[in-house]
Structures are given as C-alpha cells and as structure tokens.
Design a protein around this ligand. Structure first.
Ligand SMILES: C[S@@+](CC[C@H](N)C(=O)[O-])C[C@H]1O[C@@H](n2cnc3c(N)ncnc32)[C@H](O)[C@@H]1O
Length: 579
C-alpha cells in the first residue's frame, strides 16, 4: 500500500467540550508547515488545565489517552461521558527532522484499533488505463462513451451525474481543445490531474476537508526546484487550462501532498485507486512498521497495532512495503519523500539478521556482504575479507534470478524434484531469508498446489514454515502477512498429517499431535484475519480460516474417539518422541 495522511481531529474535538478554545501554533519545520495549523489542544495540555472545569489540573491524566488532565479524580470521572468519544490511544508529536508524527499515548496491545478514517477525496492512480470517472470501474473496449459535459471517458452516460464526477465536470470541460482527455484505450498519465482537482474543489465545496488537505505535509517547493516535470505539467494544466480560480500555490501544495500522503486502496472489483486520509497520513514511515492497515469496501481505513507498543513510541507504517530490498527502500524514501530512512532495519547492515538484500561473499563461504554507504555509490563489503562489490552488479544478479523465476518452466512446469533443486540453488547463492529466496518460495508454493503426494506436501509445508520465520521478523505480530502465512502453513500441516496417516506412516498419536499443531497455527491465523473488516474482500481469508479450524477440530475429535496407537519406527528416526 502506498501511503499517506491526517489532521488532528482530536485537537478540535477535545477542545470544544469544556475549555475555552485557544489557538496555538507549534513550530513546524518548513516543509511540513502549510496554510493553517490549529493547535487548540496544545496549551490546554501543556498547561494542564482541567478538561472539565478549566482550572489548573494537578496531574490526574485520562488513563486511556493520557492527553487530557483533570484537577481531580472526580472531574476525570464526570468528564468521561463527554470525553470517551474523543479519547484515543495516540497523540501527535513533532521534530525538525521528521515533521509531525503520531506516537502511542499509552501502552498498546496487539490488534488494538487505534482509529478508522474515510478518505476526504478519492481518485484514480496517477497513471492507469481508461477508467470511468463516475464509478471508478475500468472501461472495456475501444468504443466507449464520453461525458457530454467534459469529454472524459465514462462507462455509461449515467455516470456523468455520479457524486464523484458532478463537481469536477464543469472544470474539466474548460479544456475545450481536449488536451488532457485520454484519447484511447492505453495506460495514460492524464489521470494524474483528477485527484488534485478533486482536492482543490474541496476549497469551494467542503472547507473543513480543505483545511485538512492544506494541513498535510508537502514538498512542492523541492519538486519545483528539482524541475519535476510531471509535477510542473499537472499544476500548469490545472491553473492555466482548467480555471483561473485555482490558486497556483494551492495547486502545487495539493499535487505534492497527494504524492507524499495518499494511500492506495483497492475497490471491491479490484481497481487500484488512491485516497487522501489526513489522519492516517500523519504517520511516519519505518521499514519495520508497528501498525497495520485494513480497509473495507467503502474505502475506510482501519489502523491497528501489530504488536505491543510502549507509551510514547512512534506509530509507524511502511510507505514502501516490507518485501523490498534495501536499495529500493532507500531510494524511494529519498526520491519521493526527501528523507533518509534510519529505521532499525535500515541501520542494521544485516537487516535484523535476515540479510534480506545481502549477497554472499564469493571468497568467504557463508559470509554475507554489507552495504558500506547509504546510496549512490553504495559498495557492498564482506566484513571478513573486505572484498567489495558494486551495488549495480548485485542488483543485476538478483534481477537475473527473478527474471528466471518468471520463465514458465522454472517452477510452473516443473516436478517437485526440479522445484527442490531450484530452491537449493537459490539457497546456495543467497541467505535463506534473502528476498530472492522469498520470491522463489512464493512461486514454488503456488506451483506445488497440485502436488498431493506426501513429498510434495512436505516440501510445501517446509517452505511455508520458513516463510513464517521470515515474516515473524519482517512483519511481526497481528499482520495480514502473518495471518495468511499461518493459514497456509496450518493447511499444509493438516493435509500432510492426513496424507501420512492414509499412507500408514503415522500412528494415531502422532496424527493427533500433528493435527493439533496445525490447529494452533490455524487458530492464530483466524484470530489475526478476524481483523479484516466484514465488508472487505480480504475477509474471505478469515472465513476460510474459520472453516478450516472447524474441519481440523472435527478430524481431531473423530480420531480422539478412535483410540491410541504406537509410534512407528520412522517417527522415532525423525526424533519425534513417543508419549
Ligand atoms: C505522510 S507524511 C507523514 C507526516 C509528516 N511527517 C507531517 O509532518 O505531516 C510523509 C512525510 O513525512 C516525512 N517522513 C515520514 N517518515 C519519515 C522518517 N522516518 N524520517 C524522516 N521523515 C519522515 C517525509 O517528509 C514524508 O514525505
């Protein structure tokens, strides 16, 4: 999911309840400062005035959010009815390097819902194939309808009056020479203007939402200084062709605020769109995120803690995705967001012990190279013998492997013996948790789906086990990635137990034991996937996990009734202890 933002709703909401509204401006670094910064809560919090009566508060904080203080326990309790709707487990902080960001305002446990947010504006990605501006579905075929008002492609003339299109239509219609309208059924960057235009129209149609867009971080000046042609072209098109009521500074701000802050969201039919979520976008980036995002079919985002987070710790999401090698993560945060990522994962040359991007040293066996600089002329160096390799070479080698996996024969037409041998080769060239290994393993498990032999299922189970070990570090806790992996692992364990039992390779005791292990994984998967909102496409994972848990429980119960048996010799060979 690509990223971005929020506005301090809590600032306003907390203030209205009791205390006189005060205006404050916290100093915000230039690139983060935009038009307006209401900071009404701040003084109340800093001076610790009572949230109920406004008197000096002697340090009785709300024990949930820790943000509002009271002069007495009694006032704290009396204010709860009023405060509970605004009380939330995060607060905003700010520093010169990172701008504003959210931190936990109390200790958080895994899976807690921190907040949910609907987009203030939604629109197509900057570059996409023909898409209807009314319903956001892809347009099929070359014979498509054009909006009678603005000549943009629609899927039917009915979509001309959709809520998404109706306000923008007269503005788009200003382009009477049809410079901006996509001409044909091909991927086009012309959709880049749409979300900017929709945000700019908020100024006239929804001033409250507009002020939140204005308050979002923007690097517009840097884009202009860097002569970013796509940024400059979009802004010129909006201000010079679509209407002079659009202020040029607003257009610069909005276009970059979208790049720096919007989140990608997939509609129920699978179309990738982007949305502006001002609160969500207040979260900074880390390559080891501690919060995780879910979305429903209306585009509302749900933000949950992935694991235990201590009070005061920054809440971080990933802007890039966790399965991206070091150099691409660094390049993305530098080129798009203008910062050097110094999260725990990037600062550790072993990437948390995974060596996720490191090649093996060709001289020293089983030694992994480490990056010796950040970006640009990065060289990778063996910590043992000091030999060096250019990043470009390392990248090229990895890309060659990835391209090889894409060829149909490598996995898809291969037998499990061939798949096993490819996996061995990958392991010989890279660390067993390197991203090339991960990609290979993910293609291999897909290719093995049809193989119902004990050996095939065993290989599948082993790959899922190792993927789980990888994701335990890359995306720990209650993340979708772990949920789905646990589900797949649980299924292959249960299938393997049944296949081995059928083949007479297991006693009842070990059959039950293996089923119980599978059940444990499936139950954890089910608990994680239960976080998927009921109306989301991803909820189907949870339904499947629940069904599979029920099936395995049934198998287990049936076997319980069937009585005990003795562990076979081969089980003892595999070092499994009999009871
Ligand atoms: C979505 S906004 C996050 C909120 C932003 N800090 C603000 O003040 O509104 C993204 C911007 O925050 C900054 N940022 C995010 N994560 C960062 C990090 N780990 N270190 C430094 N700056 C970061 C970058 O300027 C980035 O373009």
């Amino acid at each position: 999911m690509r990223l971005h933002i929020v506005f301090p709703q809590f600032v306003l909401r907390l203030a209205v309840n009791s205390v006189t509204e005060l205006r404050d401006r916290r100093p915000v670094p230039a690139c983060f400062a935009s038009a307006s910064h209401p900071r009404s809560l701040l003084r109340m919090v800093l001076q610790k005035s009572c949230g109920l009566c406004g008197d000096s508060a002697a340090g009785v904080p709300c024990c949930n959010c820790n943000e509002v203080h009271y002069c007495s326990k009694d006032h704290q309790e009396r204010h709860w009815d009023c405060h509970k709707d605004q009380c939330h487990p995060y607060k905003e902080e700010c520093d010169p390097e990172r701008g504003r960001y959210l931190v936990a305002s109390r200790d958080l446990t895994p899976g807690e819902l921190l907040f949910s947010e609907s987009p203030v504006a939604l629109g197509p990605l900057g570059s996409c194939r023909l898409l209807c501006l009314g319903c956001h579905e892809f347009i099929q075929g070359d014979e498509f309808v054009r909006c009678p008002g603005c000549w943009w492609p629609l899927c039917s003339s009915g979509c001309a009056s959709s809520k998404f299109h109706v306000d923008e239509c007269p503005k788009l219609a200003q382009d009477t020479k049809h410079i901006g309208q996509p001409p044909c059924q091909e991927d086009t960057v012309r959709y880049d203007i749409i979300l900017s235009l929709r945000c700019l129209l908020l100024k006239f149609n929804a001033p409250d939402k507009w002020s939140r867009v204005q308050d979002m971080a923007s690097h517009a000046q840097r884009r202009v200084d860097g002569k970013d042609s796509s940024h400059i072209t979009t802004v010129r098109y909006i201000t010079e062709v679509l209407g002079d009521e659009f202020d040029e500074d607003d257009a610069h701000h909005v276009h970059d605020a979208i790049v720096s802050n919007c989140f990608e969201w997939r509609s129920p039919s699978g179309v990738r769109l982007r949305g502006v979520y001002p609160l969500l976008a207040r979260m900074n980036h880390a390559c080891l995120p501690n919060v995780t995002l879910f979305s429903d079919k209306e585009g509302t985002m749900y933000v949950r803690s992935a694991f235990n987070i201590k009070c005061g710790e920054p809440l971080a999401i990933t802007y890039v995705g966790t399965s991206v090698p070091f150099w691409d993560r660094q390049r993305y945060t530098r080129d798009v967001h203008y910062f050097k990522c110094d999260c725990v994962r990037c600062e550790d040359p072993t990437e948390l012990g995974l060596h996720y991007s490191s090649p093996k040293c060709e001289k020293c066996r089983d030694q992994f190279m480490e990056p010796n600089t950040w970006l640009g002329d990065t060289k990778w160096e063996c910590p043992l013998c000091g030999s060096q390799e250019e990043e470009a070479v390392i990248r090229y080698q990895a890309d060659e492997w990835l391209a090889w996996f894409e060829t149909k024969d490598t996995f898809l037409k291969s037998t499990r013996f061939a798949i096993k041998s490819v996996m061995e080769k990958v392991k010989a060239a890279f660390h067993s948790q390197h991203y090339v290994w991960e990609k290979a393993a993910l293609v291999a498990v897909r290719a093995l789906k049809e193989d119902k032999s004990v050996e095939g299922i065993t290989l599948m189970r082993d790959l899922w086990r190792r993927l789980l070990k990888l994701y335990d570090v890359l995306e720990p806790g209650m993340t979708r990635r772990r949920g789905v992996t646990l589900y797949e692992l649980g299924i292959s364990e249960a299938n393997l137990a049944s296949a081995e039992m059928k083949a007479g390779k297991l006693t009842s005791y070990f059959y039950k034991r293996h089923l119980s292990e599978a059940l444990e994984h499936l139950e954890e998967a089910s608990a994680i996937l239960a976080q998927e909102p009921p109306t989301s496409n991803e909820r189907r994972w949870h339904t499947r996990a629940v069904d599979t848990v029920a099936m395995v429980r049934l198998d287990l119960a049936k076997e319980e009734g069937a009585g005990e048996a003795v562990a076979p010799a081969h089980a003892q060979e595999r070092n499994v202890k009999a009871p």
